[in-house]
Design a protein around this ligand. Structure first.
Ligand code: AMP
Ligand code: MG
Length: 414
């Protein structure tokens, strides 16, 4: 007899479930990665620039390196004419200096030569080769980018706790850093259970259904920043399940199972957790979908048994797991954005359960009031299409069987 059947008596609130799982968050670890692999991860230490950026004064324009004083009084009718002694390309160290009455052609990014204090961009000249005519005066420092203008050596270029996006990574690279110490992604093992499951692409025999959870859940894990580990569906046999759980728990920070946590004859997840020595944290949460949600822990591994119905699996991940994966990575904003909202029409629900309704949420026309909510379709826990259409989950109050437009709710924007 599956052990889960008496657990329903100890059903806990949604808020309590969040609290318990949050208190059992596995420990984060930091890793050093090449910059590009650190994208969207969080810096685990401060980084100071190793270099001056840019390393030397350089030209911001294609044109002529000149002495500003030599261009005084230049006009289109009465241009200044200077001798051109050579050309400076980006990437070459200047060999020549600019002497009075003379100029060097210079390209964007080329180091400023000695003697020059400004750049006359090509557009205000005749572009001449051996002699150049300049039609406007240039002021000192015009079109010169100064050494250290972006970053001085020793300046902070990434602080511990910073989320490293493309600009942050580029800034680290420009400061001479090739690798970064960041909080690692969680390893998330998936145990997709059910004798009835057949993967897409394979023939569907009578009695079988498509294994959609393996795809939706892996996608959710990746989307949250985790690294899923999935080795194919597991049959509803306690011995097979136990072996799969032991293998999964070996190196995972989180183990997520789907199916097998309800009241059926073949719902063995709770028994197997017990056999494997997991400490039960909760089983059954006063919510819909996903009331049979199970949570347990062994050493540094947190286990969630997600109910198998496709919408239950996805909603339970969204409500209970996603923010933990992001917290594990020390993400500065682990939670989805939440907004105050209300239904447009009365919404029927089960008394005593918090419903996470799949809804289409619309922002207030004035940009300040509550959002408005409409169900995105039937709320059946086996249906995926309403989740496809939904852009939010509305969290209802627990008690009433009817939520009216007067009830102010929180909606979680997906
Ligand atoms: P269970 O939680 O094992 O009782 O499963 C509940 C319902 O979800 C059943 O109708 C299952 O067939 C269905 N289900 C379980 N696992 C999956 C899966 N991986 N993909 C799609 N449907 C599933
Ligand atoms: Mg099952």
């Amino acid at each position: 007899m599956p052990v889960n059947r008496d657990k329903k008596q100890q059903m806990i609130s949604f808020a309590r479930a969040l609290e318990i799982a949050g208190d059992n968050l596995p420990a984060s670890r930091s890793v050093e990665l090449p910059l590009i692999e650190a994208l969207n991860l969080v810096a685990a230490r401060d980084y100071l620039s190793l270099e001056r950026v840019p390393p030397w004064d350089n030209s911001a324009m294609d044109g002529f390196a000149v002495r500003a004083a030599d261009t005084l009084g230049a006009t289109p009718q009465n241009p200044v004419e200077l001798e051109v002694d050579g050309v400076l390309a980006a990437g070459a160290a200047p060999q020549l200096a600019v002497r009075a009455g003379r100029a060097l052609r210079i390209m964007t990014g080329a180091p400023m030569p000695d003697g020059a204090d400004a750049v006359a961009m090509i557009e205000i000249t005749d572009g001449g080769q051996s002699r150049v005519r300049i039609f406007q005066p240039v002021s000192e420092r015009l079109h010169v980018r100064y050494a250290g203008e972006d970053v001085e050596p020793g300046a902070l270029v990434a602080a511990q706790g910073d989320l490293l996006g493309p600009a942050e990574l580029g800034s680290l690279a420009s400061a001479g850093l090739a690798r970064a110490q960041v909080w690692d992604r969680p390893r998330v093992a998936l145990l997709i259970t059910g004798d009835e499951l057949v993967d897409p692409g394979e023939e569907l025999p009578p009695g079988k259904i498509r294994n959609s959870n393996a795809t939706s859940l892996r996608a959710q894990v990746i989307d949250a920043g985790g690294v899923p580990d999935y080795g194919g569906a597991v049959v509803d046999d306690p011995a097979v399940l136990l072996a799969a759980l032991e293998r999964a728990a070996e190196s995972a920070d989180f183990v997520l199972s789907t199916g097998g946590v309800s009241m059926g004859d073949y719902d063995f997840v709770a028994d197997v957790l017990q056999s494997a020595g997991f400490e039960p944290l909760f089983a059954w949460v006063a919510q819909r979908p996903g009331a049979p949600l199970t949570c347990a822990r062994r050493d540094g591994t947190l286990f969630f048994g997600l109910p198998g119905n496709p919408a239950s699996t996805m909603v339970c991940f969204e409500l209970h797991v996603r923010h933990l994966l992001r917290s594990f990575m020390r993400h500065p904003r682990p939670q989805r954005r939440r907004v105050a909202a209300h239904f447009v029409e009365p919404f029927k629900k089960r008394a005593g359960l918090m419903h996470a309704a799949r809804v289409i949420a619309q922002p207030p026309a004035d940009g300040v009031g509550p959002w408005t909510l409409r169900p995105s379709g039937s709320q059946g826990s086996a249906l995926l299409r309403p989740l496809v259409r939904a852009n939010a989950l509305a969290l209802t109050p627990v008690e009433p069987a009817l939520v009216t437009p007067e009830h102010e709710l929180e909606a979680l924007l997906l």
